[in-house]
Design a binder for this molecule. Structure first.
Ligand SMILES: C[S@@+](CC[C@H](N)C(=O)[O-])C[C@H]1O[C@@H](n2cnc3c(N)ncnc32)[C@H](O)[C@@H]1O
Length: 290
């Protein structure tokens, strides 16, 4: 960006996309548009419509600062401070995992599985992170009470902020602690959801740099085979679900068969496996019928 006076929206976008692509970024054009849109406070369509508009020095300087952050691998969602999930904007930063589109499948399963009890219920979202699952469920099922928990108090503060911003404060509550220990021992739920950390510890060094170097390790590390937390949740949820209650878990693309078997071994019924947008079996759910 040596001659700022001559840059238009269109030309600076072309330049940034090429720069990202040269560095191996596979979503270079999209990233460039998301960052410039953030600087200018406009959406991507406006960038296309106003492609000929010249950019001022301050706008260019702000865009350049974001390009440098992205070149270092920082996720776009952290740079923009938000990520869309289930059609709503969630505030995100380095305290939480960036919500993934595949996790919308967990919400879909939770909604489908609880339809017979749509009028009232108590839901518990373990490992809530940004609160994307808990807050979305609370907004889609406004008559339910949703408890969201996480080991990370920093993550919970952000989840609570998302609930406030999105209008779910009144039917959500937030509690920190290790899985079910964050709730009272006598509490029972009609639904337990979780997208726990499920990456095998040994695979973490092989993850893409923007995940490995920027997202919280606590949100990724699922122990030696990735299923440490899944096993604990499957075991302990039995004492926390009402009869007929539903457990729905997001797991890695290759963990559904083992999770399915685990649920059956622990006496759950009606085990189902649902595919994500990429066709991977991503969400395993079951009913607790003692
Ligand atoms: C994969 S992230 C999921 C975040 C969010 N639910 C989502 O779907 O985007 C896992 C979350 O589990 C939390 N976590 C890790 N170990 C935990 C534990 N033992 N008890 C409760 N939460 C835990 C992490 O802090 C992190 O926020």
């Amino acid at each position: 960006m040596s001659a700022p006076d001559s840059w238009s929206i269109g030309s600076v976008l072309r330049w940034a996309a090429e720069d990202f692509a040269k560095r191996g970024n596979s979503s270079s054009r999209l990233d460039a548009e998301l960052l410039l849109g953030h600087v200018l406070g406009v959406d991507r369509i406006r960038l296309v419509l106003d492609a000929a508009r010249p950019l001022g020095a301050e706008e260019l300087a702000a865009f350049r600062a974001l390009i440098i952050r992205r070149r270092r691998g920082e996720p776009i969602a952290y740079i923009r401070g938000e990520r869309e999930f289930y059609g709503r904007r969630f505030v995100v930063d380095a305290r939480v995992l960036v919500p993934r589109p595949d996790t919308e499948t967990l919400v879909e399963v939770a909604l489908t599985r609880t339809r017979p009890r749509a009028l009232y219920g108590r839901a518990l979202d373990l490992c809530t992170g940004s609160g994307c699952v808990a807050v979305t469920f609370a907004l889609e099922r406004r008559t339910w009470r949703v408890t969201a928990t996480d080991l990370s108090e920093a993550a919970l503060a952000l989840a609570a902020e998302n609930a406030r911003r999105l209008g779910a404060a009144w039917n959500t509550r937030f509690a920190s602690g290790d899985l079910f220990a964050a709730t009272g021992p006598g509490e029972r739920f009609e639904l337990v959801t979780a997208n726990p950390p499920y990456i095998p510890a040994g695979e973490i060094p092989t993850l893409d740099a923007d995940v490995r170097d920027f997202e919280p390790r606590l949100a990724l590390d699922g122990g030696s085979d990735g299923l440490t937390l899944v096993r604990r949740i499957v075991e302990d949820a039995r004492g926390r679900l009402v009869p007929g209650g539903v457990l729905a878990l997001e797991v890695a693309y290759d963990q559904a068969p083992r999770t399915h078997a685990l649920l059956e071994e622990h006496g759950y019924a009606d085990v189902e496996r649902r595919r994500d947008y990429g066709g991977h079996e991503r969400v395993v759910s079951a009913v607790w019928r003692p």
